[in-house]
Design a protein around this ligand. Structure first.
Ligand code: SAH
Length: 368
């Protein structure tokens, strides 16, 4: 494996270039390019061409390498399949919106949580990502946005608030961030200090690891927390999310509202809408019947939260189906009637790799 210069300290880069017989100031030039997300050395225009070629032979810039890049038909969403130094693959997604550019990053290669509806966990957990591997994902996105600017691409049709840099981060890609809490916190600290991304523009999504939520509370930064709830009773939640057997609903919500209450933030609740096929092959609502809408309302009434309803994205290996639009609206109407803030999540880039985790999985299938 070639050395990854992004992982080097400034002193180490200086040593590296002086050993190649280069003046010390090359180290600063290289660091500047690395911080902008340079995918290789060829793009480092202020280095001599011979040095660029030599560096490409013996070293790598970032700890992630883009192996596939897909763009949605409206050109607002770009999905990256990235390879790590040891060959593991992860996904990251750039979403250009009118309010800014949001990047969805992965925190682990694979996932150990075993949620029944999710693609990311099908092959189990491979390993935690390092702080640098998580950070490099936003650099990949930042580099892509630079390309947008250079090609004079229309970033967003009515994007007054979109200045063309990464402005928002969601830790919602592959993996469970609160099983890798230290590196995720390290990543967020860096995103805040090195890229100036405000705490309030960063969201961590968890399936409900209570000790991890408590760690975030101790850490004390006013980031946003999202809980993947998906069912309002322990009975149903344990069936679709095995982690609920360890950390039941009431404990998860207690810890989560404690965190969000600390900074007077709205807690985000994610709720996938799932249906299953009955013996006759007809779809039957699973967690989104009117009864469950009432139960969910009872759980959240009067609390400072926003429920994101997410119609299930098809995962070939999983047996669920997506409920009809009517069923989705009926579910939402009951929540609204009960005074619960709710919105239906607009799926971005559905035409490029379907559900979360599918890109990595499909690529594995092809490789086999
Ligand atoms: N492990 C973290 C973050 C990754 S999942 C968590 O559980 O929150 C990000 C979100 O996508 C979660 O809410 C997850 O439940 C949801 N998700 C997983 N598979 C999905 C699918 N097939 N369709 C729609 N949402 C899905």
């Amino acid at each position: 494996m070639k050395p990854v210069l992004f992982n080097f300290t400034d002193a180490q880069i200086t040593e590296f270039v002086t050993e190649l017989g280069q003046p010390k100031f090359r180290a600063r030039q290289i660091r500047d390019w690395l911080n902008r997300g340079a995918p290789d050395f060829s793009v480092m225009k202020n280095l001599p061409e011979s040095l660029r070629a030599q560096l490409n032979e013996i070293a790598q810039t970032l700890p992630v390498r883009v192996v596939k890049k897909l763009e949605s038909s409206d050109r607002q969403t770009t999905k990256f399949l990235l390879e790590l130094g040891d060959g593991e693959q992860i996904e990251c997604v750039l979403m250009r919106t009118s309010y800014g550019n949001s990047v969805c990053v992965s925190s682990q290669a694979g996932c150990a949580m075993g949620c029944k509806f999710c693609a990311s966990t099908l092959l189990g957990l491979k390993r935690n990502l390092t702080t640098n591997e998580i950070f490099a994902q936003i650099l990949v996105a930042q580099w892509e946005l630079r390309g947008d600017r250079e090609s004079d691409r229309h970033i967003h049709p009515n994007g007054d608030a979109n200045n063309g840099d990464v402005s928002h981060i969601v830790v919602m890609g592959t993996g469970e961030p609160l099983q890798n809490t230290e590196n995720v916190i390290g990543f967020i600290e860096r995103a805040n200090s090195d890229m100036g991304i405000g705490w309030r523009k960063i969201t961590v999504s968890t399936c409900g690891i209570v000790p991890g939520i408590k760690k975030l509370t101790e850490w004390g930064r006013p980031i946003n927390l999202a809980i993947s709830l998906h069912a309002p009773t322990d009975e149903l939640r344990s069936r679709i999310m095995p982690i609920n057997n360890k950390y039941p609903l009431s404990d998860v919500l207690h810890a989560a509202f404690e965190f969000s209450g600390l900074h007077n933030r709205q807690l985000m609740i994610e709720y996938i809408l799932l249906a299953v096929r009955n013996e006759n092959g007809e779809p039957e609502l699973l967690n989104c019947t009117p009864e469950y809408a009432e139960k969910l309302s009872d759980l959240l009434r009067g609390k400072n939260c926003m429920v994101n309803l997410i119609p299930w994205n098809t995962v070939d290996e999983r047996d669920f189906v997506s409920p009809s639009g009517n069923a989705v609206h009926r579910f939402q109407d009951i929540l609204i009637k009960n005074g619960i803030h709710t919105r239906i999540r607009r799926e971005r880039g559905n035409d490029i790799g379907s559900a979360c985790g599918q890109l990595r999985l499909n690529n594995k299938k092809v490789n086999k």
